[in-house]
Ligand binder design. Structure first.
Ligand code: ADP
Ligand code: MG
Length: 366
């Protein structure tokens, strides 16, 4: 078990990278603490697999260091890093039985057969593979093969960390849910550092205590699911987390008011001051649909908007609104009065995020 630190790490698949876009991993410094259950969440192509492969040693980074418990491991092979990695698609030995597949990583490091037997049975039990133990891996379904693959990752309890790269992709949805809970259970039982890669926010938040959100080769936020929801550090996190994502729209300061398009947005002094002194023209406000206050009649400080659509989702509805040219979403619960052609909305000051060049800027509310 180890703490994993990445120090000024960067990677490009090109021989002579120039611009930041040439990097699959842009320079990052990041620490995964020992024993943590982490998710690495981001869209396809953002660099998740590249990062995992650098940690496990399958890939050598262009620059920077990987440290396990403070020791630089850049020069160590994957075996010597003592890491288990589970991939998106099953890696099993077809001609071996399930039992021998699970036993393999243990026998490989000279574990006694008593201990092998004990661990194989334990892991098979957790993954519900006991009935298959004597079968040859080639006769298994895709689901079962992937479970064997996961079992091979989980069978050793002396590894520095276990890395999962979208391991449930080929698993059917019902089993997915169950396996995710099992992984969490296993984490709690063995206290091994686990990094779980996924592009699915639900999967990330059910498994992990802390989530690193990756975007264009950078970790743009590292926080609890709640922090990602309440205080997205980057517009991408606002947009990517939540369903629907955060409303984000361009604003500027004009004659003592904040305006979006031609509409004045009534907000407190602290937000105005921050907008006015922003050092860029790329200034956005962000507010989650859950925090948009919706009224059916005019209210003090309310902004009139048109209602384009109402999607009734049972206990709540999602409203599609227009404020000038700006499209917004708002979420109201079933007991709230439902607006028709127009509505009046307010943005609570303490639920608004200010983003300058896409990164969140703290506001002094006074
Ligand atoms: P993710 O796992 O988040 O989908 P990857 O780490 O696989 O992302 O890819 C990050 C970027 O690096 C992508 O632009 C991808 O096309 C590129 N890439 C990945 N593997 C290679 C490779 N072996 N050679 C060249 N480019 C690669
Ligand atoms: Mg990948």
């Amino acid at each position: 078990m180890a703490e994993i630190a990445l120090k000024s790490l960067a990677h490009s698949y090109l021989a002579t990278p120039g611009s930041p876009e040439d990097y699959a991993i842009r320079e990052m410094t990041h620490v995964w603490q020992q024993g943590g259950a982490y998710a690495l969440l981001g869209p396809s192509g953002c660099g998740k697999s590249t990062l995992l492969n650098i940690i496990s040693g399958l890939l050598e980074p262009s620059s920077g260091e990987v440290l396990f418990d403070g020791q630089v491991v850049n020069a160590l092979s994957p075996e010597h890093r003592n890491i288990a990695q589970v991939f998106q698609f099953p890696v099993v030995y077809d001609t071996m039985t399930v039992y021998d597949n699970l036993a393999f990583p243990l026998r490989n490091v000279g574990t006694s057969e008593d201990k092998v037997h004990e661990r194989v049975l334990e892991v098979a039990d957790v993954l519900e593979l006991t009935p298959q133990l004597k079968r040859k891996a080639k006769n298994l379904s895709a689901d079962e093969k992937q479970k064997v693959s996961m079992g091979r990752g989980l069978v050793r309890d002396d590894v520095s960390a276990i890395l999962f790269d979208e391991p449930l992709t080929v698993i059917d949805p019902q089993l997915k849910w169950k396996l995710r809970r099992k992984l969490k259970e296993i984490h709690q039982r063995f206290n091994i550092t686990m990094v779980y890669v996924t592009h699915d926010q639900l999967e990330a938040s059910t498994f992990a205590d802390k989530i690193a959100v990756m975007y264009e080769g950078q970790v743009v936020q590292f926080g609890t699911p709640r922090e990602l929801f309440e205080r997205p550090a980057h517009t991408f996190v606002g947009y990517f987390i939540g369903s629907p994502g955060m409303n984000l729209f361009d604003v500027r300061a004009r004659d003592g008011e904040i305006v979006a398009g031609d509409t004045i947005i009534p907000l407190g002094r602290g937000i105005y001051d921050a907008v006015a002194k922003a050092s860029s023209n790329n200034v956005k406000l962000g507010v989650r649909p859950e925090f948009v206050e919706v009224h059916v009649a005019p209210v003090e400080g309310g902004i009139e908007v048109t209602v384009d659509d109402i999607q009734d989702l049972g206990t709540y509805s999602i409203l599609s609104l227009h404020l000038g040219d700006i499209a917004l979403k708002a979420r109201i619960d079933e007991d709230s009065p439902t607006p028709h052609n127009n509505a009046f909305i307010r943005f609570p000051d303490d639920r608004i995020g200010l983003y300058v060049d896409e990164f969140r800027v703290e506001i002094d509310h006074e």
